[in-house]
Design a protein around this ligand. Structure first.
Ligand code: FAD
Length: 305
């Protein structure tokens, strides 16, 4: 049943008409629990509250499926404005983005030109950028562009998904760039031909990725809500005397808030991924797919209980 619900929400996440409809109606159905606000301005209070608690954030202007140059230019400008706002408001914040919003599906020239505009602004304002990893069909291209940008700019990282068979090799190949990488389980619906179908295999691969990247001496963001993976990281760090400034934990805004507080109080760096914007639909559906129990929050949102 749970697998059925998961597939259903991942199917809904890809629906373009529903994505467009949702944009027109603002944050609905309990999405406000996972999305900080419809605009950056309306999200700044939530971001400052996290910063004041001692938690750095990475903000993400929600948006995907951009298929024309005009929209890609708009999304690029949104990122540049967000970088300026981080600097102006003195937020302890990085920026995460999806390259399909910058024209990844349109052409290499377009996405590279938009990314360089963003990276120039980020360098000027001293803001760190992470390229989120999207579905498998974009993985190779995302890594290619990341490598190109990483040889031009230092303040950039990307994401490796533990559910993909290829990921351990990617972490090893990327090592020559000494990259800061965010490691995650992976949020998209992928076929068995490219991704481990069993959770236990994904978890084992996640552990291998964490160990490899940390022991290679690279900065590692362990982005998970899973206690087993968190405990594995703590033990590994203890065993190999890895300094606390070589890694951080990351969690999503609104998910396992008590655990976030606890890790911070234990002395670990805990960064919160804060999404905002009116294109919240796909992101929200993927969170529901991860944990169908959250549907209860949606129903409360719909029926106002
Ligand atoms: P799971 O096995 O899904 O969950 C472990 C436990 O955490 C659950 O048993 C439950 O107790 C708790 N939990 C998990 N999800 C929820 C929830 N929604 N509500 C309440 N409790 C929950 N994926 C990508 O594909 N690309 C990316 O670029 C990317 N960036 C990410 C950035 C950050 C900071 C984080 C935290 C995740 C990111 N993800 C990304 C999503 C990731 O791939 C997983 O889909 C997501 O983190 C769920 O996996 P998990 O590791 O938390 O473990």
């Amino acid at each position: 049943m749970e697998q059925l619900m998961r597939n259903f929400f991942l199917f809904l996440a890809k629906n373009k008409s529903l994505t467009n409809l949702a944009k027109r109606y603002g944050l609905r159905f309990g999405a406000g629990r996972f999305v900080a606000g419809a605009t950056l301005e309306s999200s700044i209070t939530a971001i400052k509250r996290l910063n004041e608690k001692g938690m750095p954030v990475t903000i993400d202007h929600l948006g995907e499926f951009v298929d024309n140059e005009r929209e890609a230019a708009e999304m690029t400008q949104h990122c540049i404005d967000a970088i300026k706002a981080i600097s102006k408001e003195k937020l302890d914040s990085q920026l995460s983005l999806k390259m399909t919003s910058m024209g990844l599906d349109i052409s290499d020239e377009l996405v590279l030109s938009n990314m360089r505009k963003i990276m120039d602004a980020a360098t000027k304002h001293n803001v760190f950028i992470t390229i989120d990893m999207e579905d498998y069909s974009r993985c190779e291209k995302t890594l290619e562009i990341f490598k190109m940008l990483k040889s031009e700019y230092d303040n950039i990282s990307t994401v490796i998904q533990a559910y993909l068979y290829r990921s351990l090799e990617d972490v090893q190949t990327l090592d020559e760039y000494h990259p800061n990488l965010r490691l995650v389980k992976g949020a998209y619906k992928e076929p068995q031909t490219v991704a481990y179908p069993e959770k236990s295999d994904v978890d084992n691969n996640f552990k291998k990725l964490i160990e490899t990247h940390l022991l290679n001496g690279n900065y590692t963001a362990i982005a998970t809500h899973d206690d087993e993976i968190i405990q594995y990281t703590k033990d590994l760090v203890e065993k190999h005397k890895i300094p606390y400034d070589q890694f951080e934990f990351q969690m999503l805004y609104g998910i396992r808030v008590e655990r976030q507080d606890q890790l911070m109080q234990e002395g670990y760096k805990m960064r919160i991924y804060v999404p905002y914007g009116n294109d919240w639909y796909g992101y929200f559906m993927r969170r529901l797919a991860e944990r169908p129990a959250n549907v209860v929050f949606v129903l409360k949102g719909v029926f106002g209980k």
